[in-house]
Design a protein. Structure first.
Length: 228
């Protein structure tokens, strides 16, 4: 994930996307995308929820809560266009290939000279729309990193003949096959149980408190991380 710089459009659109997401039940599948187009914010999205959000009210609450993050905006507020679609059928999205890093938050150059700045995955995405598996990959790497001697890897969950399988790519002294087998031996990929960790976690904390402890970065399986 990106390490955001304070008082930039990048942090604002991602924080707002996750703040909107916080107003929808975590059990609903939701994708919220916020684009700062200059004169207005475009809030695009789909959700399985049928409860219509009052984005004006949410916007006002956001501007009040995060006033100190809005210095770059005139009067510390903005206009919005709401194009969220409700009651949508959305499939689970756990078969993603992602590049994860043990540091989680990576510093990237942030450019502010675009005509628009858009929020990015996983911000604005609910657990079942890819956020949960993203967290789970970080959860895995955080625990096996020292053993396999790498700080980053590419990983993809697959299903072959109704059995879970993985693609793993990393620059380790161990083969990708050995690392894959280690992961499958130790981690059950029970995302339903894993998601209970986030019952009291507000997703916008991923943007707002990037240096704080995260429920997906615990190391509770270290004793099982063994390669023979």
């Amino acid at each position: 994930m990106r390490k955001f710089v304070r008082d930039t459009k990048n942090i604002t659109v991602n924080l707002f996307a996750d703040f909107i997401l916080s107003k929808i039940d975590k059990k609903d599948k939701t994708i919220i995308e916020v684009t700062d187009c200059g004169p207005f914010f475009l809030v695009n999205g789909v959700t399985s929820s049928n409860e219509i959000l009052d984005l004006t009210e949410i916007q006002n609450e956001f501007c009040k809560w995060f006033d100190d993050h809005l210095a770059i905006y005139e009067n510390k507020t903005f206009n919005i266009i709401d194009v969220i679609k409700y009651g949508q059928e959305i499939s689970d999205n756990k078969f993603l290939k992602l590049h994860v890093h043990k540091d989680v938050y990576l510093k990237n150059d942030e450019f502010e000279n675009f005509l628009s700045v858009r929020s990015e995955f996983p911000f604005g995405y609910s657990l079942d729309c890819g956020r949960s598996i993203n967290y789970y990959y970080h959860y895995i790497l955080n625990q096996i990193s020292s053993t396999i001697g790498v700080k980053e890897m590419k990983i993809k969950l697959k299903e072959i003949n109704e059995e879970l399988d993985l693609e793993v790519e990393c620059d380790s002294i161990y083969s990708n096959l050995t690392i894959k087998n280690l992961i499958l031996d130790v981690f059950d990929f029970d995302l339903f149980e894993f998601n209970k960790r986030f019952d009291n976690f507000e997703f916008y904390e991923d943007v707002l408190f990037q240096n704080f402890e995260k429920p997906y970065l615990v190391q509770d399986r270290l004793k099982d991380i063994i390669i023979f």
